[in-house]
Design a protein around this ligand. Structure first.
Ligand code: KG4
Ligand code: ZN
Length: 319
C-alpha cells in the first residue's frame, strides 16, 4: 500500500492506494471556507490549518482503508509546486512517518499527480496521449509519452493567468464565492452563453492567455448598476465560461487527432467536459486536489531511501 499526502494549496489530503492503482481511501479536508472571506488562499493561514489537519486526515485515510502504518510500504508526498509553507507541512509529516517506519519516500511533483489521476482504477489510461492540465495554478498542454514525469513534455502553457484563476477572478467580479469555478459552472446553466461576446485570445503556437478576457468581464460588469448586474449575472457567467472553454478547446483542436485527456480542477467543468466528448476526463472527484493522485504518481517516481530523504526540500515553482 502507498500512503499519499497532499498539502500544496488549501486542501489537506491523504489517501491509501495499492500498487495496482486501486483507491482504498481518499480523504480531502478543504479549507475553502477559511479563505473565502479573503477571496483567495492566504498562505500563512493555509500552513497553520494544514498543521492542525495533517495528522487527523492521515489517520482518517488509514482507518477508511482499514489499514495501519504497518501496511504502508511507500510514502508519496507532494514536494512542489505550491505554497512553500503549506508544502513543508506535508513533507515534514511524510518524512516523520517514513523515518519512524523505515519506509522509502517518493517526492511527487503536484502536476505529475494531476496527470496520474488518470492512472488509477478503473480508468488506468495508458500513454501516449496529449493532456490538458487546467487548474487554479497552471494551464498546460502536455505530451505524455510514459507514466514517469520525465516522459512528459510541455507543448503549451499560459502566458498570464491559469484557466482556474480566470474562473476564480471572474467569479469575484461577479460577486460569487471563492473558489469560483464551480460557482460559475452552476450559475452558467441558468444563463445565455451568447448574451455577451467575450474575446478568445489568439496567441502564437499552443500557448494560452486569459488576462484579456478577465479585463473584458471587468468592463462589462463596471457598466452595470447593481440591480442590472443581479439580472445579468447568469448571462455574464455563461458567456464568460463559454469564452474560457472555447479558448481551451481551440488549442486542443490545434494539437490534432491524438488521444486527449483532461485533468485538474477546471476539468470538472461541465461545459468543458461536454465540449470534448471524445476526451478522457479524470473522474470528477479526482479533478480537484486530492492525495489519491499523489499516491498514484508516487508509483512512477523514484523513491528516496532513508536517511537521504531527510534532506529533501519543497519547491514553490514548477517548470
Ligand atoms: O486542481 P485544483 O484543485 O488546484 C490547483 O492545483 O490549482 O484546481 C482548482 C481550480 C480553481 O481555480 C477552481 O475554481 C477550479 O479549479 N474549478 C473549476 C470547477 N471546479 C473547480 N473551474 C471550472 N468549473 C468547475 N466546475
Ligand atoms: Zn492541483
Amino acid at each position: 500500500m502507498i500512503l499519499g499526502i497532499e498539502t500544496s494549496c488549501d486542501e489537506t489530503a491523504a489517501a491509501v492506494v495499492t500498487a495496482g492503482g486501486e483507491i482504498l481511501s481518499s480523504v480531502v479536508a478543504s479549507q475553502a471556507d477559511l479563505h473565502a472571506r479573503f477571496g483567495g488562499v492566504v498562505p500563512e493561514i493555509a500552513s497553520r490549518r494544514h498543521l492542525e489537519l495533517v495528522a487527523p486526515v492521515i489517520d482518517e485515510a488509514l482507518s477508511r482503508a482499514r489499514a495501519t502504518l504497518d501496511d504502508v510500504e511507500l510514502v508519496g508526498v507532494t514536494a512542489g509546486p505550491g505554497l512553500i509553507g503549506a508544502l513543508l507541512v506535508g513533507l515534514a509529516a511524510a518524512k516523520a512517518i517514513a523515518w519512524g517506519r523505515g519506509l522509502p519516500l517518493a517526492p511527487v511533483n503536484h502536476l505529475h499527480g494531476h496527470v496520474a489521476s488518470l492512472y488509477l482504477q478503473p480508468l488506468d489510461l495508458e500513454p501516449p496521449f496529449r493532456c490538458l492540465l487546467a487548474s487554479g495554478g497552471h494551464t498546460l498542454l502536455l505530451d505524455v509519452q510514459g507514466r514517469a514525469w520525465d516522459d512528459v513534455g510541455v507543448l503549451g502553457t499560459t502566458l498570464d493567468d491559469a484557466a482556474g484563476e480566470a474562473f476564480d477572478k471572474g467569479a469575484r467580479l461577479l460577486g460569487l464565492g471563492y473558489p469560483g469555478g464551480a460557482e460559475i459552472d452552476r450559475l452558467a446553466r441558468e444563463g445565455d452563453p451568447a448574451a455577451y461576446d467575450f474575446p478568445v485570445a489568439r496567441v502564437a503556437g499552443l500557448d494560452f492567455s486569459f488576462s484579456g478576457l478577465k479585463t473584458a468581464l471587468l468592463y462589462a460588469v463596471r457598466d452595470l448598476a447593481p440591480a442590472e448586474l443581479e439580472a445579468r449575472r447568469a448571462d455574464l457567467a455563461a458567456s464568460y465560461q463559454r469564452a474560457i472553454v472555447r479558448a481551451l478547446v481551440e488549442r486542443l483542436e490545434a494539437v490534432g487527432p491524438e488521444r486527449l485527456a483532461i485533468v485538474g480542477g477546471v476539468a470538472a467543468n461541465s461545459e468543458l467536459r461536454a465540449a470534448l466528448p471524445d476526451a478522457v476526463a479524470a473522474p470528477l472527484a479526482l479533478c480537484t486536489d486530492n492525495a489519491a493522485m499523489i499516491a498514484s504518481a508516487a508509483r512512477y517516481t523514484s523513491a528516496v531511501g532513508s536517511p537521504e530523504y531527510l534532506a529533501l526540500d519543497a519547491y514553490a515553482s514548477a517548470l
